[in-house]
Structures are given as structure tokens and as C-alpha cells.
Design a protein around this ligand. Structure first.
Ligand code: 5PN
Ligand code: ZN
Ligand code: ZN
Length: 254
């Protein structure tokens, strides 16, 4: 039995307006925020949770996001730092299918794609105000490079021993957050976009990108309760401040 390891894979950064990050609170103005993926090395497989953005897509479709991403900040670049080939990844799971969380799925051509049934439906049939957020659906297209091998899931589920997905809808219809238990430290609870930053909790502010604001607030509160119940540490998805304190690959948590 090898110990489970968690690596945070830096994926570069984007900008948005402060009123988008902290809905109805702001302050307004450009805020640059990080994007990252989570690699879990586990006895039962190599799992990747979220895969960042595809810079070429953002340059073309969302140039206002002003993407910064070096070659080293791509999924292959990050995995190379820890000696993992993208084809070794056994499972890809995305918190949701916004462009900044699924842009690297196509590199994991040998993986099973775990997917919330509602999220796959929502991404294929977005609400009109979600069109840009769901604009990078390259992962859903079978071609000669990559064919997603979907396994549809619903509800809270344990995908490997000590690796749990919790439903946290509102930001999107089928949004998942992730908790990982480790031998040597408190559990890690990755909020994904259910809570962008520590400041979101302090202000009780969800993101302006949401399909259901009431459900979004309930999910934020659910994550606070889960962190308390499991004595877990919250890791936020897009926190310009907390991100500096997180360990990044090649360093890891265990
Ligand atoms: C345009 C856009 N849509 C959704 C999100 C998100 O969830 O994080 C950043 C972002 C966007 O810039
Ligand atoms: Zn999102
Ligand atoms: Zn996001």
C-alpha cells in the first residue's frame, strides 16, 4: 500500500472583474486569479480533478480573460515535473465544464471521464447566459486524438478509498467539490467554483457566474459544514491570496 499523494498543478491565471468574482460586492476592476488542477496518486489509480484552461481557446474566444500560461503551466508541462505521462492518468473528473476547468482533458487519452450526468447535459445545452463559460467543449468531441470514455455519476460518491465527491450545485447544474483523506494531515476539501476564495466566505459572496444563486449559497454553506464535520482544510479555486500559500507540484501533500 503506497501512501496517497496530492499534487496541485499550476495552470496559469486569468482576469475577471471584481464584481464577477464577488457578486454584488466587488469592488470592481480587474482582478487576476489563479487556475489549477489536482492530481491524486492513489493505490486505485491516478486521478486528475480539473484540467485548467486551453490558452489558445481563451485567446480566441475570451480575450478579455487575458490568459497567462507558460508551456510549463500546461497539463503536460506540469505532469512532466513529477515524471507522469498524461496517458498514465486513469480517471479525469471535472468539478464542472466551464472552460477554465476542462481545457486539458484532451491530453488524458487513456482515462475514464467521470462526469456528473446533469453537468454533461448542461454543458451541451447551456442557458443563454452560460454560453461563454461553456464555450470550450473540445473535450466532448471524439476525434482521432481523444475519445472521452464517460462514466456518468450522480449524488455524493466515493470514487476511491478516501476520495469523495460532494454535490455542490448552483454555480453550475452538476457541480462537484472534492475531499481527499491523507495519512499525514487533515483532509483536503477542494471547493472548486462553489467558493472562489476565502474572501467569498467572509463576504458571503458567490460568483456572478451561476445558474442558481440560492443553490450556490446553500453549497457554500454545505462546504463550510463539511469542513467542520471532517476537520478538513478548504482549498479555494480562484483565490489570488490563498494560492501563494498552497504547495505546488513538484511538491505534494501526503
Ligand atoms: C467567463 C467566465 N465564466 C465562468 C468563469 C468561472 O467560473 O471562473 C472564471 C470564469 C469566467 O471568466
Ligand atoms: Zn466555473
Ligand atoms: Zn472557474
Amino acid at each position: 500500500m503506497a501512501e496517497t499523494k496530492v499534487y496541485l498543478l499550476d495552470g496559469g491565471s486569468l482576469v475577471s472583474d471584481g464584481f464577477h468574482l464577488y457578486w454584488n460586492r466587488g469592488p470592481g476592476g480587474e482582478v487576476r486569479f489563479p487556475c489549477y488542477s489536482v492530481l491524486i496518486e492513489h493505490d486505485e489509480g491516478k486521478f486528475i480533478f480539473d484540467t485548467g484552461f486551453d490558452k489558445a481557446h481563451v485567446d480566441k474566444v475570451l480575450p478579455l480573460g487575458k490568459p497567462i500560461q507558460s508551456g510549463e503551466q500546461t497539463i503536460p508541462g506540469q505532469l512532466k515535473k513529477i515524471g507522469v505521462d498524461p496517458k498514465e492518468i486513469t480517471h479525469v473528473i471535472n468539478s464542472h465544464y466551464h472552460f477554465d476547468h476542462c481545457g486539458g482533458n484532451r491530453f488524458m487519452s487513456g482515462a475514464t471521464t467521470l462526469c456528473h450526468k446533469k453537468e454533461l447535459d448542461a454543458s451541451r445545452k447551456p442557458q443563454p447566459f452560460e454560453n461563454l463559460s461553456y464555450s470550450d467543449l473540445a473535450f466532448d468531441r471524439a476525434d482521432d486524438v481523444y475519445t472521452p470514455n464517460y462514466e456518468l455519476i450522480e449524488g455524493d460518491t466515493e470514487i476511491a478509498k478516501g476520495v469523495r465527491l460532494f454535490e455542490t450545485p448552483g454555480h453550475t447544474a452538476g457541480h462537484y467539490s472534492l475531499m481527499v483523506e491523507l495519512a499525514g494531515r487533515q483532509p483536503m476539501l477542494f471547493t472548486a467554483d462553489a467558493i472562489y476564495a476565502a474572501k467569498s466566505l467572509e463576504l458571503r459572496a458567490i460568483s456572478s457566474f451561476h445558474v442558481d444563486p440560492v443553490a450556490s449559497y446553500e453549497s457554500m454553506e454545505r462546504l463550510e459544514r463539511l469542513a467542520e464535520e471532517h476537520d478538513a482544510e478548504l482549498f479555494f479555486s480562484h483565490d489570488p491570496e490563498s494560492y501563494g500559500d498552497y504547495l505546488k507540484a513538484p511538491a505534494h501533500y501526503a
